[in-house]
Design a binder for this molecule. Structure first.
Ligand code: UP5
Ligand code: MG
Length: 193
């Protein structure tokens, strides 16, 4: 499978910053395949016979980063399931510098990083609201606090690193969903028409 011929965009930002919401819309307008690392991990956790089910459940509830061997394997498989597609949005991955290097060494370099910039107070409000209906084991105050800490300490350095490489496209997530996506679309159009 020629991973090196594929265009990969990492979609990054804190917990609840809007990665999933905007990725879904980019699929419609630009023909990307959207792969959420968190969704792939949750599906693997549910898969009967998975040897990683309990491990993944524990890491997600604690807001910790699942060992990247697991996540990269899931991402590679998901990419291979779409041989016809040449554009992929990888949402919520990489979550630390080691993962970024491991992915770029074994799959392909990313072309751009879409970064949803969002104050914690807004992310907290959105996640607690979503938690009323999402059923996600990590949409509770205690897990959210842990997710924020891991994002700040481990994931934010990934954005700084790609920023040095001139790859980061920043979008503020504070406006309405429609306005945030309009800004996203305008910036993405400049690169992928
Ligand atoms: N919403 C969105 N935009 C809005 C707007 N402009 N105005 C008002 N409301 C808005 O959005 C969150 C909520 O806000 C939704 O209700 C939405 O309607 C509303 P969403 O688009 O879902 O945000 P997103 O950034 O996708 O939030 P998510 O909770 O998915 O982010 P996380 O990064 O926390 O979650 P993820 O699923 O990526 O990871 C979960 C866990 O999996 C991690 O904590 C970790 O334990 C594990 N993980 C790994 O270990 N490795 C990985 O590589 C990936 C995940
Ligand atoms: Mg998400």
């Amino acid at each position: 499978f020629p991973f090196h011929k594929k265009t990969v965009v990492f979609v990054l930002g804190g917990p609840g910053s809007g990665k999933g919401t905007n990725s879904a819309k980019l699929v419609e307008d630009f023909g990307f395949v959207h792969l959420s690392a968190g969704d792939l991990l949750r599906a693997e956790q549910q898969r009967p016979g998975s040897k990683y089910g309990e491990l993944i459940a524990h890491y997600i509830r604690e807001g910790m980063i699942v060992p990247h061997e697991i996540t990269i394997k899931l991402l590679r498989n998901a990419m291979m399931a779409h041989p016809e597609s040449d554009r992929f949005l990888i949402d919520g991955f990489p979550r630390n510098l080691v993962q970024a290097k491991a992915f770029e060494d074994t799959v392909t370099r990313c072309k751009k990083v879409l970064y949803y910039e969002c104050p914690e107070s807004i992310m907290l409000e959105r996640l607690l609201k979503r938690g009323e209906i999402s059923g996600r084991s990590d949409d509770n105050l205690e897990s959210i606090r842990k997710r924020f800490r891991v994002f700040h300490n481990e994931s934010y350095p990934v954005i700084e690193e790609f920023s040095k490489q001139g790859k980061v496209i920043s979008v503020s997530c504070q406006a309405s969903p429609e306005a945030v996506y309009a800004d996203t679309k305008m910036k993405v159009t400049k690169i992928f028409s």
